[in-house]
Design a protein around this ligand. Structure first.
Ligand SMILES: [Zn+2]
Ligand SMILES: [Zn+2]
Length: 110
């Protein structure tokens, strides 16, 4: 999203639930700011209950994360799931690297 005043790309600050922000209803309050003219932008987005519950779903395992403590979440994904995905990425990187090293050695031998 760009700044209303100067068209500069806004910097995302935070997402808070209406509950956390002390607002009635279900929704998300997103705070953004402009790095150029220092405009402060608050975006209020209301959701109906069904949509709202969908926001609090781990995008990796699909389970509901609305009741889980922030400490165990990365955005709305389980910290555990995110770490697991990252670990798998590291493992496959390692594997790739290992295969590359083997390839290099084979090339050297030739
Ligand atoms: Zn601006
Ligand atoms: Zn999960």
């Amino acid at each position: 999203m760009n700044c209303y005043h100067c068209e500069t790309e806004l910097i995302w600050g935070s997402d808070n639930t209406f509950e956390d922000a002390g607002i009635d209803g279900e929704g998300i309050l997103t705070v953004l700011s402009c790095p150029k003219c220092e405009a402060y932008v608050e975006v209020f987005k209301e959701y109906d209950e069904e949509e709202y519950n969908k926001l609090f779903e781990c995008s990796i395992c699909g389970e509901d994360t609305s009741e889980i403590d922030y400490d165990y979440l990365v955005s709305t994904d389980h910290l555990e799931c995110v770490l697991d995905v990252e670990q798998k990425k590291i493992d496959s990187d390692k594997k790739e690297k290992a295969t590359e090293e083997v390839k290099e050695e084979v090339e050297k031998e030739e």
